[in-house]
Design a protein around this ligand. Structure first.
Ligand code: SF4
Length: 632
């Protein structure tokens, strides 16, 4: 029996919570929380989102795993988030160990801690979370008495910078693999396996990467050469896990007792993207496309609204308007929930698939603004990045949106693309002004165009992984130009902090040596790196200086075609050969539009042939190809 620290914590919390911001972050007891008897189950999982409660509660990945684990009779999952700096300070002062929200159990009493790492600027937070729980941050310092520290999420598609801190890394989708991991851990617990034997058993699961079984090789100049395995039985490559069908969606969303970033029913209507934008990592690593059926979407919304009382429904996907039944979905939601005054949000819309029909259907809902992502404003650059949307098409869509009563449109652009010139940047400003002029025809000076300016990062597993990032000076110059141009009535601009983008590039492309830089930055005080008021770039520069690694060789070096990348052992389905072909196509301006119309043989079908055969039907974006015609 683990002694909950509930009673001792109770008085500590009572005494101290009034002195911190948003005390409700730390007390749990929300509607739809699952609080099981600790001793009634065989295995205990803490699900950690390494940022504050406000961001962690609406996180769909955590909600899915919480739901999957708690549906089992033999397991429980409890949530943990990182305390904000004020709470951390008093916890450290009083020696209070990080605890779960449900039963208030110290984290080191769980069998496993599952950390969600969707983006790299959470890395120092993950170390901080372990440290606040009294768990050694390096995997090598943990023993069989410590929980297994497992991580997953998009950032783990290059796991090497975090490898020394994690016992187990899940590559890909978690809904099925989590059950295989739990079953293995239960067997291991019953048979009293030591840590090594447990890890060996876990390494046999597809999609599970045990970093301690691999040692990286670098030459004298520091060039990465590849990985050695500690035993011939350990797989040399890890294949990303996928599910053949999207599993039953979550309905019992936690209803938070304090304000969080989203209070809504979130339903993933489609996973994957077939558009093939060459800068977009998410589009490459989430293939194949799998759609959720209309009936399941409607039934889920019905149950979830009843269970939560939320008034917003978010239809999530990388490109929601690309769902083959999107109009029917929106129409059916309007019909079934008429009079409920729901807000339907489609956070990512593809300009080509945003039809008049869909707009008509959405005009009955309370969607507050539209978000479009043209990413580039000249045809030349659009061809390079494989996102060919003409100015005319964009202006037509924005005219339609404004004409149906919406006053605010958000448009995302990216600067620093390969081959970008100042003319491409000037075209962004010109296009934004033309968009707002369309709005003025309907709303006068109240029409608004909100331009979000991101910075290109040559992300792993993309056709641009061989390219270099734009220089800091050039990015600053381009941002300054756009800031000067995009001001005045109806024009708003937000932009990514260039130093944060640079850090993201270093962390997403790094090899295992980067881990000690992360450790050293965290030891010097780096945490909450995604928060502008907490981010300290100098700490990172110092940490790189001490390590002897030139970070600009990570972000700003053009790679040759035969370069071995630190993430090459992670197989996402899309082959390196295909990515290279796409890199060449970008140079010659060759377009590859939506692959649902014509398969370009990216590698996904051969990699997941068996799963495709077991899941026939049009819910996959990939064709049903006969087994014998699939080339490896
Ligand atoms: S296998 Fe073909 S259809 Fe499927 S994601 Fe790859 S290119 Fe697209």
């Amino acid at each position: 029996m683990v002694a909950p620290i509930y009673s001792t914590l109770e008085s500590w919390l009572e005494l101290n919570l009034p002195s911190v911001q948003k005390p409700g972050r730390y007390v749990g007891n929300e509607l739809n929380q699952v609080r099981k008897d600790w001793d009634s189950v065989k295995i205990h999982a803490a699900l950690a989102f390494p940022d504050i409660y406000d961001l962690g509660v609406p996180n769909l990945g955590i909600s899915i795993l919480y739901d999957q684990i708690n549906k089992r009779q033999d397991a429980l999952a409890e949530r943990v988030f990182l305390p904000w700096v004020d709470m951390e300070k008093i916890m450290r002062r009083d020696g209070i160990s990080l605890f779960s929200l449900e039963n208030r159990i110290p984290l080191d009493k769980f069998d496993l801690i599952g950390i969600s790492l969707p983006y790299e600027t959470l890395y120092t937070n993950a170390l901080n979370l372990l440290d606040l729980a009294g768990i050694p941050v390096h995997s090598r310092d943990r023993t069989s008495d410590h929980p297994l520290v497992i991580a997953g999420g998009h950032a783990m598609l290059n796991p090497e910078p975090m490898a020394p801190f994690l016992d187990v890394i899940v590559i890909g989708e978690g809904e099925e693999v989590i059950h295989e991991i739990l079953d293995t851990l239960i067997t291991s617990k019953i048979n009293r396996f030591d840590r090594e034997k447990t890890l060996i058993a876990l390494s046999r699961i597809t999609g599970v990467y045990i970093p301690s079984f691999y040692s990286p090789l670098n030459d004298d100049a520091g060039m990465y050469l590849g990985l050695n395995t500690t035993s011939p039985k350990i797989p040399r490559c890890i294949q990303k896990r996928i599910v053949g069908r999207l599993p039953e969606p979550v309905t019992d969303f936690i209803v938070p007792s304090v304000e969080v970033v989203h209070n809504r029913v979130a339903i993933e209507i489609m996973r994957g993207c077939t558009r093939g934008c060459r800068f977009c990592q998410a589009g490459m690593i989430t293939r194949p496309v799998r759609e959720r059926p209309l009936d399941q979407i409607l039934d889920t919304i019905q149950v979830a609204l009843d269970k939560t009382g939320f008034q917003e429904v978010a239809l999530l996907s990388l490109s929601s308007s690309d769902h083959s039944e999107i109009k029917e979905i929106v129409q059916a939601i309007q019909t079934r929930f008429e009079g409920k005054h729901l807000t339907i949000s489609l956070p990512s819309l593809r300009i080509e698939s945003l039809s008049v029909d869909l707009l008509e259907k959405l005009s009955g809902s309370r969607q507050t603004s539209f978000t479009l992502a043209p990413e580039a404003a000249t045809d030349r650059l659009r061809n390079i990045i494989n996102k060919p949307i003409s100015d005319d098409a964009l202006l037509e869509v924005t005219r339609l949106i404004y004409s149906r009563g919406w006053r605010v449109i958000k448009c995302y652009f990216m600067i620093g693309h390969p081959e970008e010139t100042m003319d491409d940047v000037k075209a962004i400003a010109d296009l934004c002004k033309r968009v707002v002029m369309e709005g003025r025809k309907f709303h006068g000076l109240k029409a608004t165009l909100h331009a979000g300016i991101n910075t290109f990062i040559p992300k792993p597993h993309t056709p641009f992984q061989w390219r270099a990032m734009d220089s800091l000076e050039s990015i600053r110059e381009k941002q300054a130009y756009l800031r000067r141009e995009l001001r005045g009535p109806g024009l708003k601009m937000t932009w990514a902090d260039p130093q944060t983008s640079l850090l993201e590039a270093w962390l997403c492309r790094g090899d295992r040596r980067t881990a000690e830089v992360i450790y050293s930055a965290w030891k010097s005080g780096a945490r909450f790196d995604a928060w502008q008021d907490q981010f300290n770039f100098d700490l990172w520069k110092d940490a790189f200086n001490q390590s002897g690694i030139d970070p600009f060789s990570i972000s700003h070096r053009v790679r040759s075609a035969d370069e071995v990348f630190p993430w090459d052992h992670i197989q996402i389905g899309v082959t390196k050969k295909y990515l290279l072909e796409e890199a060449e196509n970008s140079q010659s301006g060759v377009l590859r539009p939506d692959c649902r119309e014509s398969c370009y043989v990216c590698g996904v079908l051969p990699a997941y042939k068996k799963i495709r055969q077991e899941n026939p039907g049009s819910h996959w974006g990939c064709p049903e190809v006969k087994a014998e015609s699939i080339q490896p």
